[in-house]
Ligand binder design. Sequence first.
Ligand code: PXG
Length: 290
Amino acid sequence: MGLKIYIDGKYYQKEDAKVSVFDHGLLYGDGVFEGIRTYDGLIFKLKEHIDRLYQSAHAIMLEIPMAKDEMVEAVKKTLRENEMKDAYIRLIVTRGIGDLGLDPRKCSKPTVIIITDKIKLYSQEFCEKGLEIVTISTQRNIHESVNPQIKSLNYLNNILAKVEAINAGVEEAIMLNSEGYVAECTGDNIFMVKGDALYTPPIHSGVLRGITRGAVIDIAHLKEIPIHEEVLTRYDLFNADEMFLTGTAAEIIPVIKMDRRKIGDGKPGKMTAKLITEFHKLTKVDGVRF
Ligand code: PXG
């Protein structure tokens, strides 16, 4: 039996799961999304993801045509339909079907899509040996345009950054904000370790309020590791003892080289390893059953 995909309350086989070419999600990237994970039958940080989805939607004046608890039920049911214990969930709400103009008022009803799929991760090699990353020239969105906190369907800016990373022969790129401070990577937040403390750029540096980022901050508080949300420059990162990225797909992934500079001793660090262990512990207990 193939994968079943939820579209507006109905289930479709993968081959038949289609949206209209007049959907403004396709025509304009007008919509919002979330990427969520399940670990052995537990949905990790579901409430946080649902809240962020509704906040993104609110920010673009898109009214999701179902209440949060109905959305939660739809996600759980889709996981059950597909009998998945370890899944990657993609929740998408588009502006819906309209005409060939930008006007969102022409779209009568948002389209709600829930895809549950296998998890595609960074290779084991990157997790163990660490990633090499580069700073690229595409800047992170400025707050007064598509605010970086909106997880919109319009990811072209991040894709341009990703293309630059690929052109440079690496997997990930650091985007700076318009002031030249470190923001984040194309689909991950960034942290560094200096001495016994953790540092990550504050939200106002132009980063998505990552849910994995939040989990790492919570772990730091719990383990009494000093954590500073501080404006960072490339210089700060070059001279870090350790560096890692956080995201729903990546979890916590060590960075060992940035712009050809070795980070610390050029190997995944001890603090990073400790946080990975603590994070995995959290995924085993901190979740919603489905
Ligand atoms: N920054 C950006 C720009 C992101 O898009 C993160 C940070 C990490 O946030 P969370 O909440 O996941 O810790 C993201 C989210 C994918 C995929 O399929 C992942 C993201 C975005 C788009 C696609 O791997 N990450």
